[in-house]
Design a protein around this ligand. Structure first.
Ligand code: FAD
Length: 529
């Protein structure tokens, strides 16, 4: 049963139920439930678990209307409850309507097709099959609106946007986008049908699905999206100015960061920036914080810690783009560290060197934190962790662009030196312990599969997205910079595709995008010291 327990973990975006929690969770609930009763010894259930997790992630934002759960019938404590709910085969899928009575044992889904798209569409149908009396509390209307209801809204001022998705009658996109936006405020999404001719006439819409937007200031227009796909519609609506995710205070995985990495970023004036650029001010601030704050909590560096610090300094000295003063400083630091016979160095000596070097030669590392692309909307959000990710993404791309840069450093022996140094740094020094643990787990699972520089870039991108998925809607999610799969369609539309109704990445195009985005020529010195 040890592996059984691990088929689904607390990290997965679903609820793990047990004998004691099943009934209290699914009966009298404000949301509907879709529960997979599985058995951890059933080979098919093991294979299917990755599909179920992907499905749960795909509909994570629908939770308040319909939640996804699992219950392991192979665990002894669950034997009785699985019998009570009539589970004879594994996996069995059962759904429970919102506000269902305690006597309800759920309805079995017998469909042969258990692919993500089919189950997701079943979920939409389950929601629509609620009546007025048991409608899930937070589920918006899913029925199509008519021109009679919609046309009077044109030209009206409002305190929010209204998006109208006009689609063929058998399309699910409208309802899926309505549910995708369920947790966002500042916007209402409605659907209408392509058979509503007066509406098509008034809005001049002729392709489906299309999206039409009524702005709060009473103007309205059809929205242009590069691809008529659910993911593109949802991403676009989520990034409208003023549309914000309502934070889910129940989500705790971010708690460790708050406070620990906060800084005085708030009192400074807002710096306008372009999301398609990378700012050297952020990279410099990352190094400033790392050297002067994070590492400075260590009185001495010795043994493994000293080695990790040296490796980090060498890596940055060799790969930091541009050859400017940051590189000179890191080179000086690395020469000094490598020439030191001491096995144990007081950290103050590092600080003195950094400060002296700066004073004497004008070699500069920003004397204060200066976030640009990593500005947060309030203190404690974004800032240092954002800049650290940015720094390591830049380093992976630089390593690919300058393949011989690490020669004779000892680091080049590893297939993925940037990831290895990052792993060691995060594990040993990064102030957010919980983040370090998560990162270490991911590294243990798949970092050794990285065999070349391009995979190194993609591994870090993918891992960062895993963290984004996990943290979306948590306390560390800045409402102005909602965590979402990255790059968004507006940054890279060719990175996104759909296969069997499910969003997929075009990894070749993602790689090209990352090489460009984090490449030396996309670095902006604006606001830099
Ligand atoms: P960030 O996620 O910090 O991203 C910074 C910038 O990188 C974005 O603005 C975007 O331009 C770009 N970006 C976004 N996604 C990608 C991608 N997939 N590939 C390339 N570029 C991308 N916080 C927790 O609460 N729990 C954790 O377990 C946790 N683990 C972490 C592990 C590491 C190694 C690090 C460095 C940080 C971790 N954090 C964790 C912090 C968290 O990931 C964010 O850094 C923090 O919440 C600030 O978020 P942000 O909105 O500034 O965006």
């Amino acid at each position: 049963l040890a592996t059984a327990a691990r088929l689904y973990t607390e990290e997965d975006p679903l609820v793990i139920l047990s004998s004691s929690s099943l009934k209290p969770t699914v009966s009298n609930s404000t949301s509907a439930w879709m529960v997979q009763f599985f058995s951890s010894w059933c080979g098919h259930c093991i294979q299917y678990s990755s599909t179920w997790k992907s499905l749960a992630r795909d509909v994570k934002d629908w939770q308040q209307a319909l939640s996804v759960a699992v219950l392991d019938c192979a665990q002894e404590e669950n034997f009785d409850v699985c019998k009570e709910y009539g589970i004879k085969f594994y996996p069995t899928f059962k759904y429970f309507h919102a506000h269902s009575p305690e006597t309800d044992r759920g309805t079995i889904y017998r469909g042969a097709d258990r692919e993500i798209q089919s189950v997701r569409q079943l979920m939409v149908n389950i929601l629509q099959n609620h009546t007025k009396l048991n409608w899930p509390d937070h589920c918006p209307p899913l029925k199509p609106y008519s021109s009679v209801e919609l046309l009077p809204l044109l030209g009206q001022r409002s305190d929010h946007y209204t998006a109208i998705i006009i689609e063929e009658p058998d399309s699910f996109v409208g309802r899926e986008v309505i549910l995708d936006l369920l947790q966002f405020s500042g916007l209402e999404v409605k659907r209408a049908l392509s058979s509503d001719l007066p509406l098509l006439d008034a809005l001049k819409v002729s392709t489906f699905p299309s999206i039409y937007l009524l702005h709060p200031n009473a103007t309205h227009s059809q929205l242009h999206v590069q691809k008529q796909l659910r993911f593109f519609f949802s991403s676009l609506l989520r990034t409208l100015p003023g549309v914000q995710r309502q934070l889910n205070s129940g989500s705790s995985s971010s708690g460790g960061l708050l406070g620990v990495l906060s800084d005085k970023q708030s009192s400074e004036p807002w710096r306008d920036f372009d999301r398609s650029k990378v700012y050297t001010a952020d990279l410099e601030s990352a190094l400033h914080y790392l050297l002067r704050v994070e590492l400075a909590t260590h009185s001495y560096l010795e043994g493994e810690e000293l080695k990790i610090f040296k490796d980090f300094v060498v890596l940055v000295a060799k790969l930091y783009p541009g050859g400017g003063s940051v590189v000179k400083l890191m080179e000086t630091l690395s020469d000094w560290l490598l020439s030191m016979p001491l096995k144990r160095i007081p950290y103050q000596a590092v600080l003195d060197l950094v400060d002296n070097k700066m004073r004497i030669s004008g070699v500069f590392l920003g004397a204060e934190l200066h976030w640009v692309g990593c500005q947060g909307s309030r203190p404690g959000l974004r800032g240092y962790p954002c800049s650290l990710w940015t720094l390591f993404h830049v380093l992976t791309v630089q390593h690919d662009a300058k393949p011989t840069a690490l020669e004779n450093t000892g680091l080049e022996r590893d297939a993925a030196p940037v990831l290895q140094v990052m792993r060691q740094y995060i594990r040993t020094f990064f102030g957010c312990e919980q983040c370090g643990r998560h990162f270490e787990e991911a590294a243990e699972e798949s970092m050794n599969k990285v065999t070349n520089k391009e995979q190194q870039i993609l591994w870090l991108w993918n891992q960062h997205n895993m963290v984004n998925y996990r943290l979306a809607g948590s306390l560390s999610d800045d409402p102005l910079f909602s965590k979402a799969p990255w790059p968004s369609p507006s940054l890279c539309s060719s990175c996104h595709e759909e296969k069997n109704g499910v969003h997929v990445w075009n990894q070749d195009n993602v790689l090209l995008f990352l090489q460009q985005h984090y490449g030396a020529s996309n670095l902006s010195p604006k606001y830099s010291m």
